[in-house]
Design a protein around this ligand. Sequence first.
Ligand code: GP9
Ligand code: MN
Length: 703
Amino acid sequence: MKNVKIPNLLNTRLGFFGLLTILLWAKNIFAYFTEFNLGVDSPIQYFILLINPIATTLFLLSIALYVRRTKASYFTMLFIYFLVTVLLFANVAYYREFTDFITINTILGAGKVAGGLAGSTLELLKVSDIFYFIDFVIIAIALVMKKIKLDDRPIRARTALAVTALAVMVFSGNLFLAETDRSGLLTRTFSRDYLVKYLGINAYTAYDAVQTYQTTQVRAEASPNDMDEVEDYVDDHYAEPNDEYYGMAEGKNVIYIHLESVQQFLVDYELEDENGEKHEVMPFINSLFHDDSTFSFDNFFHQVAAGKTSDAETLMDNSLFGLNQGSFFTQFGGKNTFESAPNILKQTKDYDSAVFHGNEGNFWNRNEVYKHFGYDYFFDANYYDVNDENSFQYGLHDKPFFEQSAQYLEHLQQPFYSKFIAVSNHYPYSEFTNDEAGFPLADTPDNTINGYFATANYLDTAVEEFFDYLKESGLYDNSVIVLYGDHYGISDGRNENLAELLGKDSSEWDNYDNAQMQRVPYMIHVPGQDKGGVDHTYGGEVDAMPTLLHLLGVDTKNYIQMGQDLLSDEHQEVAAMRDGSFVSPDYTNYSGTLYDNESGEPIESPTEEQQATVKELQDAVNKQLETSDKVTQGDLLRFHSGSGLNPIDPNDYDYKDIDKRLLKKEEDLGDESTSIYSENGDESTEDEYESKSYQEYHPEAKE
Ligand code: GP9
Ligand code: MN
């Protein structure tokens, strides 16, 4: 060691500070590239990734610069350095097991996690992990041997402040770049992956801590008495099931197909190509929409806010709204008690339940939320063969997604409640450049609009192939298949460019038109019955769950739901939007302006009668939203005993090796097994699945 020369710089406090900063940065970068799968896919994202550990590291270590006494200052710096390293390393180890980052809730409930981890902790370690800690030994030796000397001169307060300020500035720059690349990062919290990718582990952890604190506060203030008011609302609001339909689909499987970003205007829509030839965008879904076996709704509205897909899931599975700000799934979904559809069906009708989705499981915090909903199985990207060719930013494309799902679906015990979340028709609706290319693009100044029809067409074919499989495998006859559009695909700001394609004058496009564009398809396909048809009732996603449960013969009277059965005579026709806007058969209130639906014009001076009607609608909407917020933000369902449901323990759920567990259950049940695989004489139905590309279906489009 004698000959080792350590630069003088390290013998100054600032130099030592610089060394630790660089080391922490290197450790983070090492973890990013060797451990975490952050989906970095552009030069700007690489750049953000490289700089994102800097700001928080500077900030945290700078605390030690304010300590004047020599030893205390060095000790503080090393202690912070140690804590930050431990936080990073804990995330590395946790990620190896869970493909996810540690949340404050995980830390608070560490006992539970440790239980699952304890056996495998050692297996989670690698030799290369030495990299995270070897520097402690080296630094300790260097200090003891006085290779690095402690600098007795305190840092001037001004200098310390300058370093902290620098950290804040770097952070602002980092945040700015992050928001430019992924707007809504902080307000919408898509996933922990995103926060780490854009802001780093430390900032992510701090952010999670603040959010956890806020939600814990609201929850702590709620009391069982708050439930009384909610129960009164639900009693008053409950709409009796219609005898004609009640129990019509009793005992059938439920197969939800989540039609990503599909708006109602796509139903029956034909896109004209440059030669004036018309192309039906969703021929298969259209045929379902008009089928007598389908209860279709053409005045059905999405009700989501920033939580987009996840809000739609909250609405469809719980008949509760998402939050007005941010994502309910991320903020509350992993903590709250629910009376979700899979749970109710499990406890009242012995249904198994599963979600299928070809994206990372922690997007929208799904891997936690589904445990609280009581989903038995969640097949996320880990269960699919996802590669560069068959996927994009949001995961596996729809055709391979549905096709690869069959291997698991066929082993599910019937009856089951299942949900297939498609993604290919997702903003920015990029043009296919492979053999899926061929469906015409629209020709407007906005590329987002131009690509939307082709990706929707792709989704339509994927759904058709899936239906064919359901029929071939034998699942079809025993299932109810529900299709819904989760939210708009074309945002209000783009609608003027869309107007002409809808036969409207773009200069006359206004908020009334924007409001009407929030319609999404909702169809309940019940094979074997013919009482369906297109229903013009006004409603929204919040109404889906009671509607479906009544068809399945489950009365919703004792459950806390904000919606009403759309097939009930007592259904009140008004669709609330998350911001308090609404659409009803006669009036639309959008972004603060009241419109007459007949003329589509604003009502400048409403008559007294109009005022009274509109007030009644607005009061109903406000009450519905307020009640929902009370339930979700106060986690009030934990106080609700009237449901007769046993509380779910999320720790009973775990989505690792569920493919093996499915098979085990099937085997254990033996002759009693009701999976389609067992019913098929223990033979796989996977071969029944046929999938082809656009160009295979349309060889003429190749030229
Ligand atoms: C991601 C997918 C898209 O997994 O469900 O969600 P969105 O961006 O529509 O909310
Ligand atoms: Mn979506």
